[in-house]
Write a protein that binds this ligand. Structure first.
Ligand code: ZN
Length: 398
């Protein structure tokens, strides 16, 4: 989990300050399992007696517990270490894609506790209503407090209302997605698009001590091509929350017609659907499962190998623009690129090394996502958790 920074604006009321301190202590325990009360006091600058009081409140709430420590030969009480009670709270995540909807219940560290899957429907209201009913089913009967619901949807979303303004691969325009999903559910809802949440997942669930992802780009290839941009440690949303639509930057001005109405968009050449098309054009079967194309390539299928090489080259061409335009330290890819990394990585680097000056590429790390298939679902979990652990904006708890 990434390090957490608390920021405040304006004076805090007594209740807010108390909650801020509780969350500060809790976050120390999350980031450093087994930490002692004294170490938290040293780190936060709060007095040991204040920490003891806060820890007692967190224990009463069931959020933390003392670790059992082995008795030692030394005299005196052994130091008491604190740990998070992972199952003491839950979050819910919903991932809406052109293929299906996936819903999960997760604990405080992102372990999946329960899961539902819902088939897609061409009619958005029918699809979302189906997902809503699955959501009600998932949370009904759960005794543990649920902190919130994180939702991932493809396309351009209204940050204030969750309306899907346009989602080309879902073929949605002006769909009131969050209103339909949340009807009658008295929980906080948070939402963002799949590319942004995929980036958040990579950052939030990064292993302790792993390389910084404060300036990086996540390229999702599932259900189209989109990018999530994290710079300066934060998601870049743009003026109207439309940043990151690199899938609709143009590789070939006279190229294939894209669902956005333009011609030659990167998405048409390097996404999951592009790989399937390339496979079919090479004489392969007409399938719409990009990871199946990779499986066939790994098994030596000549058409699949050619299609994979071409998709890798097209990925490299687009990444050239991403690298020269944004100067990221790292780029992460999911879906077929992650599943077929040994085939895709050389094709990407061949393009980059032959077209981009060395000084652009120095230090750029390109790697496959560990969340190859459901990166944005993990991101929706991370979104709901991040609101609990880190959001403390404008003097109010989120
Ligand atoms: Zn396009």
């Amino acid at each position: 989990m990434r390090p957490v920074t608390f920021t405040t604006k304006g004076a805090l009321g007594k209740a807010s300050l108390r909650e801020a301190n509780e969350r500060l202590v809790l976050t120390h325990i999350v980031l450093q399992p087994g930490i002692s009360r004294l170490a938290i006091a040293k780190s936060t600058g709060l007095s040991p007696s204040a920490i003891t009081g806060i820890v007692e409140r967190l224990k009463t709430a069931g959020l933390v517990a003392d670790e059992k420590t082995e008795p030692t030969a030394m005299a005196g009480r052994p130091p008491s270490n604190l740990r998070l009670v992972e199952g003491s709270r839950n979050v819910v995540a919903v991932e809406i894609t052109p293929f299906d909807a996936t819903l999960v219940l997760a604990d405080l560290v992102g372990n999946i506790v329960d899961r539902r899957e819902v088939a897609a429907d061409k009619d958005p209201e029918t699809f979302l209503d189906r997902a809503h009913r699955a959501l009600v089913d998932l949370i009904s009967g759960i005794q543990t407090p649920i902190l919130g619901v994180g939702v991932s949807i493809q396309g351009i979303l209204d940050p204030a209302t969750g309306q899907v303004i346009a989602a080309t691969n879902l073929n949605w325009r002006n769909v009131e997605a969050i209103r339909i999903l949340r009807q009658g559910i008295d929980l906080p809802f948070y939402w963002d698009n799949n590319a942004n949440l995929s980036a958040l997942a990579e950052q939030w669930f990064a292993a302790p001590g792993s390389a910084s992802l404060d300036n990086f780009v996540f390229v999702t290839l599932r259900g189209g091509l989109g990018t999530g941009l994290i710079f300066g440690g934060h998601l870049v949303q743009g003026a109207t929350a439309r940043a990151g639509e690199f899938g609709h930057t143009v590789l070939y001005p006279d190229g294939r017609k894209c669902l956005c109405g333009n011609h030659g968009c990167w998405e048409e050449y390097a996404s999951d659907k592009a790989l399937c098309r390339l496979y079919h054009e090479q004489g392969g079967e007409a399938i719409c499962d990009s990871r199946e194309v990779i499986r066939r390539a790994k098994a030596g299928d000549a058409a699949a190998l050619k299609a994979t090489a071409e998709a890798g080259r097209n990925l490299g061409l687009g990444l050239m623009n991403v690298i020269t335009g944004l100067n990221p330290a790292a780029i992460c890819l999911d879906d077929f690129a992650a599943c077929g990394w040994e085939l895709i990585e050389p094709a990407i680097w061949d393009v980059l090394k032959s077209r981009v000056p060395d000084y652009w590429l120095a230090g750029v790390r390109i790697f496959p996502s560990e969340h190859a298939v459901h990166a944005s679902l993990s991101g929706a979990v991370a979104l709901a958790l991040s609101k609990y652990f880190t959001s403390f904006h404008h003097g109010q708890m989120a």
